[in-house]
Ligand binder design. Sequence first.
Ligand SMILES: Cc1ncc(COP(=O)(O)O)c(C=O)c1O
Length: 439
Amino acid sequence: MVYQSDSQLSIFPISTSLDGGGSLTIAGHSLRQLAGVYGTPLYAYDGETVRHQVQVLKTAFSHSYRGEALIAYASKAYLSLGIARKLSALGIGVDVVSLGEIKFAQKGGFDGGSVHLHGNNKSEAELQAALDWDIQAIVVDNLDELSLLEELAARSGKKARIWLRITPDLEVNTHPHIETSHSGSKFGLHISNGQAAEAIRRARSSRWLRLTGLHMHLGSQLFDPEPYRLAIQKLYALAAEQQFIPEELSPGGGWGVRYTTDDPCDDSQPWVDAISRTVHDECDSRGWPVPRLVIEPGRHLVARAGVAIYRVGTQKDTPDGTHIVALDGGMADNPRVALYNSQYTALVVDRPLASDKLKSRVVGKFCESGDVLIPEIDLPHVSRSDFLAIPVAGAYQLSMSSNYNFATRPCVLWLEPGRVEVLQEREHPDQCQWWGGCA
Ligand SMILES: Cc1ncc(COP(=O)(O)O)c(C=O)c1O
């Protein structure tokens, strides 16, 4: 069945459709049947949506940018061995921030030359692993780290390839917890206090460091390209003042996605155009060659591809007139509502187009009043036999999930027409070595 682009279904994965009985399917798989086979909460990724998101960005940069532009997936959005293999096979690179992510990137088939390491407090082990793997760049966050890395590189007898993470000291419009470019940010070398300039000088005078580029990341869930333009201009002014011509430039990730149909359009073309034009202008005005661009999207590549499926449990009405519907997951698999006040929507798997509506609050099963998935939604009448599907669940949910209340992490699937792959088995309470061992 074809659906309207302005309907709730437009924020579900691309391959979402309704079967003959009007129930939700993804890549031709009935969500009710998947929930029956794999249990709930269940997360499902649509392969077609991930490939589409990667391709759209690649094509946009190939049309709009004069030089080479690489996409490096920000793996903090969601990483498992399975998805690492899928993404490395698409010919993109990866941004990692920990020893664990480095190992998964290695095992997942990424080439070291397309990997870069972030982090504001990298351990020696993390820096050493990056040196040993000879990755594209260690992104140095601060002057302390510059000294530590120089020491490690000298000890290893190996020159470290680095970028500097520059903080442009400007504000962006997003939740404060995911804003990273303001003058109080814990991330990066700030321009306004001179630390960015000092880092460039020190890196260039070191025999153990090779400075190849500059990096910035302004924040996440951004829909306005203007801060990217301003920040790139600031990076080039800094580079020019230091007479440093970057071979590589990473303007970070951060482009937003629609979590509900009230969110702004998330077309990435304005973002791509702002980055490309600004870099062209800055380089042309100085007669510099354009750098290799490395874009680091996380959410934009995988968020829409993911759907979370829950079973409806208890319901109640509170004295203040709120109708509460409790699901079998919640803040343990999706802490984003509690952390960022994120907005979500949901559809009943078997009746996504139902017209009967009851103002409801959708909550989880965990022992926190903040364990709310959707504070207010017009939901059809549901019962215990119903499943709810919450779309745009592919980024910063599973990767930020916890075992709160000894919850077990959900099963994760990758869906292709005619094929279901398990990316992550459901954790089981009997496998609780990590809780102190109870087998
Ligand atoms: C350095 C860096 N790059 C890229 C990203 C990815 O951001 P997004 O998923 O919003 O694209 C993040 C997210 O925190 C980040 O910290």
